[in-house]
Design a protein around this ligand. Structure first.
Ligand code: ADP
Ligand code: MG
Length: 367
């Protein structure tokens, strides 16, 4: 089921009676979610991810704009009529019901032509439970399950009606690190197996990158960039996106373009043909540094951390916006941890420059 979000906008009135400042939670959101894909809505807390999801679900009414499921305009439809499955951060299971009763619950409310027999309901509940691998726990109460198991029940409950669209709002946030990883792979497997168009909300860039076919990066209610995770990482549209994606994060410097060369401090680190002379912000991915004793970029070495396959080099530079610079180098390279200076060449496709005022990307030809 293709989902079209057209000029979707949500404005909340001020919570504070004394001020009349409104909150534009979602600002003119335009995006078509392709059929059968998993889309990750990604951005810092408060950027409008949940509000977007709630509008898709019908829990919140847009201030402006329209939502289509396929060719159907669902903007005015209730949540029940939309045929969506919802999973929230807190599992929201009914504590007095068993796992089976929890999963059966959405089916028991079906009316008219959709009404199912007891046998049909049982079969669907078992199928959904099997999909998330909790079919052996059907008679337990939620309190007798681990967090990960509870979240699986919540997912089974969302899947039992075979929704047209599956909506997940930070579904892994309450799980510990290991379970989070496991459940995330599980969600991906289920999504692929069922082919249900899915929107997955998270503030965790790594989670979004690893699970999504497409990510939508948001800031203050506004879409910043949409694309395949790797494409967005490799080709960020602005400084915000460049900084939001990647661990360790991108290294940021103040720089200057002069005579088609990019300077960080006194070092001419790269040729940037076609870029006008100006002050810029420079981003270099941690994997963008090459150890090179004749390299143009010199930094003060602080420490060398061996991480098995890789070596992480911590250094400093006067033009760095952050206190430290972190570069990741293949462990085959020998680094003298006692040296005062470390010299780098920079991989041209791992360095980005941004307009100092707008923070928009400035493109240059990579040779
Ligand atoms: P996210 O899920 O990305 O953390 P939300 O969609 O929950 O962000 O919120 C986006 C913005 O809208 C925030 O500034 C938040 O405070 C505001 N907001 C969300 N819900 C309401 C509401 N019911 N009333 C007023 N403001 C709200
Ligand atoms: Mg939220």
């Amino acid at each position: 089921m293709k989902v079209v979000l057209q000029n979707l906008t949500k404005i909340f009135p001020s919570r504070n009676k004394k001020s009349d400042e409104e909150v534009v939670a979602v600002n003119d959101f335009n995006f078509t979610i392709p059929d059968g894909k998993l889309v990750g809505l990604l951005g810092p807390s408060g950027c409008g991810k949940s509000t977007t999801l709630y509008m898709i679900s019908g829990l919140q009414k847009p201030t402006a704009g329209k939502i289509f499921f396929g060719d159907d305009d669902v903007t005015e439809l209730t949540t029940e009529k939309r045929g969506v499955g919802l999973v929230f951060q807190n599992y929201a299971l009914y504590p007095h019901m068993t796992v089976k009763q929890n999963i059966l619950f959405p089916l028991q409310n079906l009316k008219g032509a959709d009404k199912l027999t007891k046998e049909e309901m049982q079969e669907k509940a078992y199928l959904a439970a099997k999909l998330v691998q909790i079919d052996g726990l059907m008679d337990r109460k939620p309190s007798e399950l681990s967090g990960g198991q509870q979240q699986r029940v919540a997912i089974a409950r969302a899947l039992v009606k075979m929704p047209r669209v599956l909506l997940l709002d930070e579904p892994l946030s309450n799980l510990d690190a290991r379970l989070r990883l496991q459940t995330r792979e599980e969600i991906r497997r289920i999504q692929k197996a069922t082919g249900i168009t899915t929107v997955f909300v998270t503030h965790d860039q790594e989670e979004a990158m690893s699970i999504s076919d497409i990510i939508v990066v948001m800031k203050l209610g506004v879409i910043q960039q949409i694309g395949a995770p790797q494409d967005v990482y490799d080709d960020p549209t602005n400084l915000f996106v460049a900084k939001f994606l990647g661990t360790p994060p991108i290294n940021v410097f103040n720089g200057t373009v002069k005579g088609n060369k990019l300077y960080i401090g006194e070092d001419a680190v790269l040729d940037v043909p076609g870029v006008a002379d100006q002050e810029v912000v420079v981003g270099i991915r941690p994997e963008g540094f090459i150890l090179d004793e004749n390299g143009p970029f010199h930094c003060h070495l602080r420490s060398v951390e061996v991480m098995g396959r890789d070596v992480s080099i911590v250094s400093e530079n006067e033009a760095s916006v952050n206190p430290i610079i972190r570069s990741i180098i293949n462990a085959d390279n020998k680094v003298d941890a006692n040296a005062e200076t470390v010299r780098y060449a920079i991989k041209p496709h791992k360095i980005f420059i941004f307009n100092k005022q707008t923070e928009e990307r400035i493109h240059f030809e990579v040779k």
